[in-house]
Design a protein around this ligand. Structure first.
Ligand code: SAH
Ligand code: SF4
Length: 427
């Protein structure tokens, strides 16, 4: 989401005649687009701002800006403690950036706007993208779900969806610009609702755009994964066979306390249904360990659900207290050491599940989109299956952006290794 928002800001500034600087020390303005989802993300921004301050000491006229979710949640802290920050803009205020930059020339006091909007979807603004494989296309913003651990509804405000026409126009432009894959983006991407058009309908329309080879979407909420959505995915070869299904926790009591709106049974049935309708579908998840009050037995239920579903991959997090959220008020916070031990356990479990899932691919032929050079050898490429697995294979005459058939020979670590069958489809 932040990568997409940064491209949006870049597009906005380019329209006003600004250009991307070659390096931070040669820039007239430096912006950091921030994430407030976990403490770790915030710590990274503080250290980045420390570096920016050094650049500014060399060049005092440089403008330093903090954009995005941290601007929203930490504006007072920034104003009090980081006087070298000139511009603070929340995620619904990017349009004000050119105006604030102009104003800064006369008025050196910090310029702040962190108002949240019920309507802003940047419908008319096209992002400025570097050339690449995948184009991020934002289709909705905000979140109304209010999970008790999560800061997003406070930093990004209410759910709102972008018009179908403007999404189609942006995707068509991305295809014309040479992108072979697009990822539809939203905080709860499948809550999309524009004048009654729901997510599966949008997906279907996007899938029919000529020349679009792969479509992904993220991040969906399990509550809004409908039968219609699964059927739509099954009916279009260019919609990738991959679903992100964030579990968070395996215990019903913890899920309820998190306000996740589904039970363990509902979730495991849903995962089963995904695999029925979409055979060989890659399923990834998000897991939080050490949510307030989580007992050892409740944590064990998370491991049990992981064991039952055997996700293809998982993003795993220690619960992190976020200011203003309900869960920070719970008194039964979990000790750091306990969170750490639990995290290590889910990582170990997931590693073995990933390998087990990947082993099922050995012997199969997969369509792989060549995305980049392999880190290990200049003679090899790395690409993804449509179920979102990385495959390493010998380059031969394959070009980046080609989709080629690869015979999978081995599953090792978190990747697959294979051999090119023959060159199939040029990009
Ligand atoms: N809307 C998506 C998730 C977006 S946030 C959903 O509901 O599934 C991405 C992930 O960050 C979440 O799924 C959750 O696992 C993690 N996360 C959010 N807040 C967190 C917190 N306070 N501590 C630890 N992890 C958190
Ligand atoms: Fe956060 Fe996702 Fe819950 Fe919204 S649905 S509050 S973004 S975790």
């Amino acid at each position: 989401m932040n990568a997409a928002d940064s491209e949006l800001v870049e597009g906005l500034l380019e329209r006003e005649g600004y250009k991307r600087a070659a390096s931070p020390d040669s820039a007239d303005a430096l912006f950091v687009n921030t994430c407030a989802i976990r403490e770790h993300a915030e710590e990274k921004v503080h250290s980045r701002l420390g570096n920016f301050q050094k650049f500014k000491q060399e060049r005092p006229d440089m403008v330093i800006g903090v954009l995005g979710c941290m601007a929203q949640s930490l504006k007072h802290d920034l104003l009090d403690n980081k006087p070298y920050v000139d511009v603070i803009l929340g995620p619904d205020s990017y349009r004000r950036l050119p105006g604030l930059l102009k104003r800064h020339k006369e008025d050196k006091t910090s310029q702040v706007d962190t108002t949240l909007s019920r309507f802003e979807v940047y419908d008319d603004l096209f992002p400025s993208r570097q050339e690449g494989i995948n184009a991020w296309v934002s289709i909705m913003r905000g979140c109304d779900k209010f999970c008790t651990f999560c800061i997003v509804p406070f930093t990004r405000g209410r759910e709102r969806s972008r018009s179908v026409e403007s999404i189609l126009a942006e995707v068509e432009q991305a295809v014309t610009d040479g992108f072979v894959e697009i990822t539809l983006l939203g905080q709860n991407v499948n809550s999309y609702n524009y004048e009654g058009k729901r997510f599966h309908q949008l997906l279907e329309t996007v899938a029919k755009i000529p020349g679009l080879k792969r479509i992904r979407y993220t991040s969906p909420h399990p509550q809004d994964i409908t039968e219609d959505l699964l059927v739509t995915m099954a009916s279009h070869a260019n919609i990738c066979n991959y679903v992100h299904l964030p579990l968070q926790a395996g215990s019903d009591r913890i899920l309820k306390r998190m306000n996740r709106t589904y039970s363990r049974d509902h979730f495991t049935n849903l995962a089963g249904r995904v695999r029925e309708v979409l055979p060989n579908c890659g399923i990834s998840t998000d897991i939080i360990v050490g949510f307030p009050g989580e007992t050892d037995a409740e944590f064990k239920e998370t491991l049990d659900v992981m064991e039952e579903i055997k996700f293809d991959s998982a993003f795993t997090f220690k619960y992190s207290k976020r200011r203003g959220t309900k869960a920070t008020e719970y008194e039964d916070q979990i000790l750091e050491e306990v969170k750490q031990t639990r995290l290590e356990k889910v990582i170990v479990a997931q590693k073995s599940h990933t390998l087990e899932r990947n082993q099922h691919y050995v012997g199969r032929v997969e369509s792989v989109l060549a995305e980049k050079k392999s880190k290990r050898s200049i003679h090899q490429l790395a690409g993804r299956t449509d179920s979102n697995k990385w495959v390493i294979f010998d380059k031969e005459d394959v070009q980046i952006k080609d989709i080629v058939p690869v015979h999978i020979l081995e599953a090792r670590g978190i990747s697959l290794h294979g051999q090119l069958l023959k060159k199939a489809e040029a990009a």
